[in-house]
Design a binder for this molecule. Structure first.
Ligand SMILES: NC(=O)c1ccc[n+]([C@@H]2O[C@H](COP(=O)([O-])OP(=O)(O)OC[C@H]3O[C@@H](n4cnc5c(N)ncnc54)[C@H](OP(=O)(O)O)[C@@H]3O)[C@@H](O)[C@H]2O)c1
Length: 263
């Protein structure tokens, strides 16, 4: 199937590791030029080298913090200066921590909303004026199934995800007349550094072995496993492509069947 991604430009926010890094690689395989965004310069450079040595695409890495709107605007400006247009924005920056509700510090809640919710909003706001000018654009938000099925020990992330699902849906309608589509993916537990950090924190808080906590999650997942970041990245490719031409405001759940009910 022709996905029509060749020579398109994609910004991936949260590209230094995890789902974002896998997404950058999958987009490069399809011929997209990639703007890699995260704070860790070294990791971005390593990924940039890997992508440029394996695929015939151009890359630009920008080490910055997307919590500051000035930085998001700069990412858009630098992308346009290098590639003339931004076709795709993937939002995959997030690092919500979990824990037992009454023990979670305020700063964990603040960080979760500041980065995941406001960071996503700021990145979208930064690319929109040019996307509106070109009457085209594809935005893919990596959210998380706990927005629909809250996990009691992951409430800062669950509530940030619920907020983003609302924004994703509303923006789909708002931006459709401008030729811009907005869709999302709700991954379930996915084996990335973030997941490992979450498990370590829960293990410390509950004084249980990481393996036991992880198995508690896995026993509720019909496919009986955690996802790999590549599993999620492949769905980003679909949503960023022509194959998803008639979709906006939608969210694809990719959680091994974990979410109960009709989704
Ligand atoms: N893994 C899962 O089980 C799972 C499940 C459902 C949903 N999700 C969601 O999927 C998204 C990606 O998760 P992941 O597991 O891939 O996480 P990850 O491995 O921790 O990657 C997160 C990315 O965000 C970047 N980032 C963090 N803070 C940033 C900031 N202030 N400015 C710019 N970039 C920043 C990180 O790079 P730097 O540290 O270099 O900045 C990294 O590249 C998150 O929103 C997460 O909530 C994950």
């Amino acid at each position: 199937m022709e996905l029509n991604l060749k020579h398109k430009t994609a910004i991936v926010a949260g590209a230094s590791k995890g789902i974002g890094a896998s997404t950058a690689i999958e987009l490069a395989k399809e011929g997209c030029n990639i703007v890699l965004v995260a704070r860790n310069k070294e990791k971005l450079q390593q990924l940039e080298e890997k992508i440029s040595s394996q695929y015939q695409v151009k890359t630009l890495s920008i080490a910055t913090d997307i919590k500051d709107f000035k930085n998001c605007k700069l990412i858009n400006q630098m992308s346009i200066a290098s590639f003339s247009k931004v076709d795709i924005l993937v939002n995959s920056a997030g690092a919500s921590q979990g824990g037992i509700f009454w023990e979670i510090d305020d700063h964990i809640w603040e960080e979760s909303f500041e980065l995941k919710v406001l960071g996503t909003i700021k990145m979208i706001k930064a690319v929109l004026p040019d996307m509106i000018k070109h009457k085209s654009g594809r935005i893919v938000n990596i959210i998380g199934n706990t927005g629909k099925q809250p996990s009691p020990r992951l409430l800062p992330g669950s509530s940030a995800n619920a907020a983003l699902l609302t924004i994703n849906k509303g923006l789909g309608e708002e931006l459709a007349p401008h030729g811009i589509v907005v869709n999302a993916i709700n991954p379930g537990p996915t084996k990335t550094e973030r997941w490992i950090t979450l498990m370590e924190k829960l293990s410390k808080d509950t004084k249980r072995k990481i393996e036991d906590i992880e198995n508690d999650f896995i026993k509720d997942i019909p496919l009986n496993k955690l996802a790999n970041p590549e599993d999620i990245a492949k769905i980003v490719i679909f949503l960023a492509s022509n194959a998803a031409a008639n979709m906006t405001g939608t969210c694809i759940t990719a959680d091994g069947g974990w979410t109960k009910g009709i989704v």
